[in-house]
Design a protein around this ligand. Structure first.
Ligand SMILES: *Cc1c(COP(=O)(O)O)cnc(C)c1O
Length: 374
């Protein structure tokens, strides 16, 4: 559903220039020969159709999505670049992958054999990545399986292995010892496939320079926090604003919203915004008792640079903010209030809801109007 700005309760502004600059920063910091981009989940909610051409323009030549359908969506706007399917090969997906020149990241022996079978029918080796598990125990071959696969010449003759891949479990924590353990295992895997380019780095590992041959950042390109307890060096890409639906005065001692969870300690002016948890603005952000880090609690929104306190529970299509301290002639119904963006970090709103920025970005609702700038 696309929504006209005048008819929408919330509006998203996506800065493609900031996205391109963030990608450039990640490329430079990763130490990798090449920097790709992860554009799964509709480019983390930012729109694969707009994001992929912008990144291509910035110089990106390799993309990663999670599932085949996303690869097909990418092909609609980008016929040229390499595109890998991170979640691997589904049993009946080979034909669609071949037709759309998509490369599966093969993560099990069964998938290797399925892709080899498809190549025999196709009549030529088919491009793919091999995923080796180095300790996350999510997807990928064990070292032993990789050794067996490499020794199987009939199998390898059908596979045009373009990339050896692994994924870190704890790269967001810069001091975590597991990353070094995984890197050592990955080196052993790479020794079995000399000359095959290696890819391991998500945003967090890219920022630490563990780029290998091909980095594949996601969240940091979109302005999200990738490293714990490290200042976010990325520019803001996504801004969410809610439209003021109405402003009402609530007397001292009265309560606001479902559950009557919050009692006014003074006569208050409350602005209701026309968006809520049905738009991905998590109800859990109402009152989890988790203080925001960069914004003095319990501020949760901003209006013309001024912080606003959230009031009561977030409902399905509405949420409330205290605007008592904004001069009445400076705020009116129809105005927009920032829920995250340059003044309120998306990761802070996520933290208040007990989750991470990734989940807020990928859960952004379909009722918003969207505009692309930069
Ligand atoms: C999602 C994903 C990435 C990107 O991770 P970010 O933390 O968003 O940078 C990289 N590799 C794999 C395998 C992924 O699933």
């Amino acid at each position: 559903m696309t929504t006209d700005a005048d008819l929408a309760g919330g509006r998203l502004t996506i800065d493609l220039g900031a996205l391109q600059r963030n990608w450039g920063k990640l490329r430079d910091r990763s130490g990798a020969a090449e920097c790709g981009a992860v554009v799964k989940a509709d480019a983390y909610g930012c729109g694969i159709e707009q994001v992929v051409p912008a990144l291509e323009k910035a110089g990106c030549r390799t993309f990663f999505v999670a599932v085949p359908q996303e690869g097909i969506s990418l092909r609609a706007v980008a016929p040229e670049p390499a595109c890998y399917i991170l979640n691997g090969l589904f049993p009946k997906a080979a034909k669609a992958l071949i037709e759309n020149r998509l490369r599966p990241v093969l993560g099990s022996m069964n998938q290797l054999h399925l892709w080899a079978d498809a190549a025999r029918i196709h009549g030529a080796p088919l491009p793919c990545a091999l995923h080796v598990d180095t300790g996350m125990n999510r997807l990928g071959l064990s070292l032993e399986e990789l050794r067996d696969a490499v020794a199987d010449q009939d199998l390898m003759a059908q596979l045009d292995v373009q990339l050896l891949m692994t994924h870190f479990a704890c790269a967001d924590d810069v001091d975590h010892p597991k990353t070094d353990v995984q890197r050592a295992v990955f080196d052993m895997a790479a020794d079995m496939l000399p000359g095959v380019p290696r890819s391991a780095a998500n945003s967090a590992a890219s920022l630490q320079g563990f780029g290998y041959d091909l980095a594949r950042p996601g969240v940091a390109m979109y302005g999200g926090e990738a490293l714990n307890d490290v200042d976010n060096a990325m520019e803001v890409v996504v801004t969410l604003e809610g439209r003021i639906n109405q402003i009402r005065t609530v007397k001292k001692g009265e309560t606001v919203g479902y559950g009557a969870t919050e009692t006014m300690i003074r006569e208050s002016r409350i602005a209701y915004l026309s968006l809520g948890y049905a738009d991905g603005y998590h109800r859990a952000a109402s009152h989890m008792g988790v203080p925001m880090r960069e914004v003095a609690a319990p501020a949760r929104a901003a209006y013309k640079g001024q912080r606003l306190k959230g009031v009561g529970r977030i409902s399905m299509d509405l949420c409330a903010f205290d605007v008592t301290d904004v001069p009445p002639n400076e705020i009116a119904e129809g105005d927009w209030i920032e829920l995250f963006g340059p003044n309120i970090a998306v990761d802070d709103v996520a933290r208040a809801a007990g989750t991470i920025g990734y989940e807020l970005l990928t859960g952004m609702g379909r009722r918003y109007s969207r505009r692309y700038v930069g």
